[in-house]
Design a protein. Structure first.
Length: 45
């Protein structure tokens, strides 16, 4: 998994990148975000 991205965020908040990731990397990124969300949610309760 790459930690550096050439992604850009436009004025509408839409993230775009010319880097293609694999399906596995996509699922790993989704799980990483879910874990971070759950940890944040646990701190808020």
């Amino acid at each position: 998994m790459t930690l550096v991205s050439d992604g850009k965020i436009n004025a509408d908040g839409i993230i775009s990148s010319s880097v293609m990731i694999t399906e596995k990397e996509g699922y790993e990124a989704m799980l990483y975000m879910l874990k971070a969300f759950w940890m944040l949610l646990g701190r808020m309760i």
